[in-house]
Design a protein around this ligand. Structure first.
Ligand SMILES: Nc1nc2c(ncn2[C@@H]2O[C@H](COP(=O)(O)OP(=O)(O)OP(=O)(O)O)[C@@H](O)[C@H]2O)c(=O)[nH]1
Length: 308
């Protein structure tokens, strides 16, 4: 690997940090040891414009209002202080997915709207688990579209991971049932289940997920152990609305945010952390198989604030 993960992370968040530092670089920070009201207003606006959301922006503003800076402190000092506050917000939610289920398999349902990067994320998660020497199996519970089943198979082949599929238009709950049985027979540690992402039809999706849960519960009352929502960071604030809907429809237990590379909207990660407090298991910063990693909240905070 020529580029380290943190290099890729910096590359990934470059647009976000440029945006935030661009928004912060209004000059005139130096002067007194406290930020003035108008400086604080500017700071809050810069954070909102950088997609951190009004709540996180206000929290950071309040924290910075309390802070004493060295006389003559510059923009960098303000950015450092912003980074420290962002880290405070991210630290409690940065939690990798852990395989804890006993009996095995640990069942992870993966949900998210089509195009959010769900299938790619499932492959990347499988790869992460493989790196930790866990036995992984996939289940193609998105039977709504043949393409989704095919795409998951391609990834499974590439990773040499078994995948349980059913016919297009078949019953997702029966694929999940077969998946759990196969994973149990094989002694797999983790079963990652792809599910349909038809947010337009909430009722149908809710019924489908309820049925999956019922079938899973019959096999193992603890399953699913995780319900992971995949969000596309390029959707900015709309990604947050998806959390609202999927929390209600699917009982989301954690998030993965993808496509943080190449978007200036990475601040939405901070907004999601502040507003929902759901664990953020990993972040996607590219299309390659190892472009999904559990994240280091302090490093990500420094990258977002442009001081890494
Ligand atoms: N740049 C970038 N692209 C990503 C990332 N994650 C996924 N993608 C790309 O996003 C596109 C959609 O990803 P899929 O995994 O097919 O998304 P999906 O949600 O399963 O979509 P459907 O298959 O349409 O349901 C693909 O071209 C992926 O390569 C990421 O972290 N960064």
């Amino acid at each position: 690997m020529s580029e380290s993960w943190s290099d890729r992370l910096f590359g990934g968040f470059r647009k976000t940090s440029e945006r935030l530092s661009g928004n912060l670089a209004t000059g005139g920070w130096s002067g007194s040891t406290r930020l003035t009201e108008s400086q604080l207003d500017e700071l809050e606006d810069a954070l909102i414009m950088s997609d951190l959301g009004p709540r996180a922006a206000m929290r950071i503003r309040d924290a910075l209002a309390e802070r004493r800076f060295e006389r003559g402190a510059d923009e960098r000092a303000v950015q450092e202080a912003v980074a420290a506050e962002i880290a405070e917000i991210l630290r409690p939610v940065a939690k990798p997915l852990e395989i804890t289920a006993f009996p095995r398999p640990h069942v992870v349902l993966v949900i998210g709207v089509n195009g959010s990067g769900k299938t790619t994320t499932i492959a990347k998660l499988a790869h992460l688990f493989q790196e930790d020497d866990y036995g992984v199996m996939l289940a193609a519970g998105d039977t709504f579209r043949a393409a989704a089943i095919g795409q998951l198979k391609v990834w499974a082949d590439r990773l040499s991971v078994p995948v349980v599929t059913g016919p297009e238009g078949g019953d997702p709950a029966s694929v999940v049932f077969d998946g759990v049985k196969a994973a149990t027979d094989k002694g797999s540690d983790v079963l990652v289940v792809d599910t349909a992402g038809r947010l337009q039809n909430k009722r149908e999706l809710m019924d489908e997920l309820t049925k999956i849960r019922k079938v899973l519960g019959r096999l193992n009352p603890e399953a699913p152990h995780d319900v992971v929502l995949v969000l596309d960071a390029t959707n900015g604030q709309n990604a947050l609305q998806q959390i609202d809907v999927f929390k209600e429809v699917a009982g989301v237990t954690g998030l993965v945010m993808t496509k943080l590379d190449g978007t200036a909207r990475g601040g939405v990660l901070v907004a999601a952390a502040e507003q929902y407090g759901l664990p953020i298991h990993a972040i996607g910063v590219g299309e390659k198989i190892d472009d999904l990693r559990p994240f280091d909240p302090d490093l990500v905070a420094r990258v977002i604030a442009g001081v890494a």
